[in-house]
Design a protein around this ligand. Sequence first.
Ligand SMILES: CC(C)(COP(=O)(O)OP(=O)(O)OC[C@H]1O[C@@H](n2cnc3c(N)ncnc32)[C@H](O)[C@@H]1OP(=O)(O)O)[C@@H](O)C(=O)NCCC(=O)NCCS
Length: 138
Amino acid sequence: MADKLPDVPGGPHLRTVAMPRDSNAGGDIFGGWTLSQMDLAGGTFAAERAGGRVATVAIEAMRFLRPVGVGDEVSCYCSLEEAGETSLTVKIETWARGRGRGKAPEKVTQGVFTFVALGEDGRPRKIPTENTETSGGG
Ligand SMILES: CC(C)(COP(=O)(O)OP(=O)(O)OC[C@H]1O[C@@H](n2cnc3c(N)ncnc32)[C@H](O)[C@@H]1OP(=O)(O)O)[C@@H](O)C(=O)NCCC(=O)NCCS
């Protein structure tokens, strides 16, 4: 059965198009490019909730499910899985709507990223609890 697009309020946190410069010798998009889009999406999502700068501290359960093709519209969906004292764990799914693969978007990656809120000294900082209700999307 096909995956269901994440039901995330406000839709995807990042949407972009995969360009030829992002492709490997086989013609598909580099996994590292997709991973960096997820990191960007999750980082801005977490920074909004942390009320400031965050750093990626861990990436877990990362799966590359389907290839991304040149020209695909790529969307990253974020949902808050867990909020700690200084960290936020964010589930991120990437969906691609592909040229040559029909019109329906399909899930191409998923992963769980942990971000730590940083203070001015670059050390972990407490996150305001009012910003950390889990969104439950996806
Ligand atoms: C982020 C950083 C400041 C955290 O410092 P630290 O001394 O490890 O911090 P702590 O041990 O106090 O942990 C801080 C939080 O991160 C969590 N954490 C640390 N390592 C983790 C890991 N591997 N997986 C999941 N969570 C982790 C801790 O559980 C804690 O969360 P909590 O306060 O919500 O309970 C430090 O690891 C760092 O600077 N790392 C480099 C970050 C970076 O360059 N990222 C890439 C570019 S953004």
